[in-house]
Design a protein around this ligand. Structure first.
Ligand code: NAD
Ligand code: WQD
Length: 336
């Protein structure tokens, strides 16, 4: 298929392009580079041995989208483009709603005008809010999000659902990612956060490389096996492969489908620190800090629907995730 990848220069998008090309799809990328570096796509080109058609453009720019859809016959869109920093979304809600909601509405409008009604959307486990069941199945009701970023995902899921309800020609796959970490085993591409990392693994790798003195562990009084927060970490290459599998659902005219992409296993913050230390033989100094606002104790998936219906199953374990995160950071101390 000919796939438009929005946000393809970013962390998950760049890894997904590799899997798509290796599965013999064609890709066209649009990214405004607000949170990424074009070097990621040059590295992807090295890995796959072919140039990646790229448009530096904003998905809110209707005219540019029109041009792209007019010059390529796009079969489906994998829609990663969006702002994703939870804390920033609390202080800049308008910017998050404008970018994520208006961007997606513009994209959907141009898509339908060009008779392309197939979309895979990057959603998040954050839409479950404080989940009423663990492990979380797709039947778990959506919950109250704790920040504007999360609401953009929840609202966009509703918007995409309503588009499908109104027009059954739309095929919509909502992929709810759990906690993506790791990097391509080549060490050429990986997560490249700006400033102080918000997420656990990039913080750990920056401590390991000596950029930060120690990790703060946000709370050790949760109701978990060691008191620290438990999450479902998933290797980004597994996540990327999930998108290729999701295209099969689109190909068989799935209508609307929702899948959790996680491993189904929960690891605490201390488990991850210890796994990283063992995998890479590096000590990670840490100290216990107060809980972070908006955090929940435990979040992990039941990923069996994706296995049953798409034949998708995460392959990498926590040791490999820690190894590849470190391999990327060690080879690229300053990122791209
Ligand atoms: P990322 O920031 O690395 O990638 C997103 C890309 O979108 C960036 O390259 C950015 O420049 C681009 N972009 C943002 N707004 C744009 C716009 N208006 N027009 C064009 N390009 C734009 O993030 P990621 O971790 O690769 O996440 C990809 C998607 O997955 C996002 O939608 C994110 O919300 C979602 N997601 C991420 C996680 C995670 O933990 N990384 C978890 C769940 C869901
Ligand atoms: C994981 C655990 C922290 C940093 C976020 C978003 C979610 C999704 C994925 C996009 C928690 C603890 C963290 C640190 C710590 N993104 N931690 N010290 O919060 O599960 O999910 O990213 O959709 O929407 O909310 O991931 O990596 O920030 O935290 O102790 O310096 O690590 O408290 O228990 P989270 P995370």
């Amino acid at each position: 298929m000919n796939i438009l990848v929005t946000g393809g220069a970013g962390f998950i998008g760049s890894h997904t392009i590799i899997e798509l090309i290796q599965a013999h799809h064609q890709v066209v990328v649009i990214d405004n580079l607000c949170n990424s570096n074009p070097e990621s796509l040059r590295r992807v080109a090295t890995i796959v041995g072919q140039e990646i058609p790229f448009y530096k453009a904003d998905i809110r720019d209707r005219q540019r989208l029109e041009e792209i859809f007019s010059s390529h016959s796009i079969d489906a869109c994998i829609h990663f483009a969006g702002l994703k920093a939870v804390g920033e979304s609390v202080s800049m809600p308008w910017e998050y709603y404008d970018n994520n909601i208006n961007g997606t509405l513009t994209l959907l409008d141009v898509m339908r005008q060009h008779h392309c009604k197939n979309i895979i959307f990057s959603s998040s486990a954050t839409v479950y809010g404080s989940p009423v069941e663990i492990p979380i199945t797709e039947n778990c009701p959506k919950g109250q999000c704790t920040n504007p970023y999360g609401w953009t995902k929840s609202m966009l899921e509703q918007i995409l659902t309503d588009m499908h309800t109104a027009d059954s020609e739309w095929n919509v796959v909502l992929l709810r990612y759990f906690n993506p970490i790791g990097a391509h085993p080549s060490g050429l591409i990986g997560e490249n956060p700006n400033g102080i990392p918000n997420n656990l693994m990039p913080y750990i790798t920056q401590v390991a490389i000596g950029k930060r003195a120690e990790l703060g562990v946000f709370g050790n009084d949760y109701d978990t096996h060691d008191g620290t927060g438990v999450r479902d970490y998933i290797h980004v290459v597994d996540l990327a492969a999930g998108h290729v599998k999701a295209l099969q659902a689109i190909e068989r005219n799935c209508g609307l489908d929702i899948y959790n992409l996680g491993t189904g296993k929960g690891y605490s913050v201390l488990d991850v620190i210890h796994a990283f230390e063992e995998a890479n033989n590096i000590k990670i100094p840490y100290s216990i800090k107060p809980r972070r606002a908006g955090d929940i104790a435990t979040c992990f998936s039941d990923p069996s629907k994706a296995y049953r219906e798409l034949g998708w199953l995460a392959q990498y374990d926590i040791t490999e995730m820690c190894r590849d995160s470190w391999n990327w950071q060690r080879n690229n101390p300053e990122g791209f």
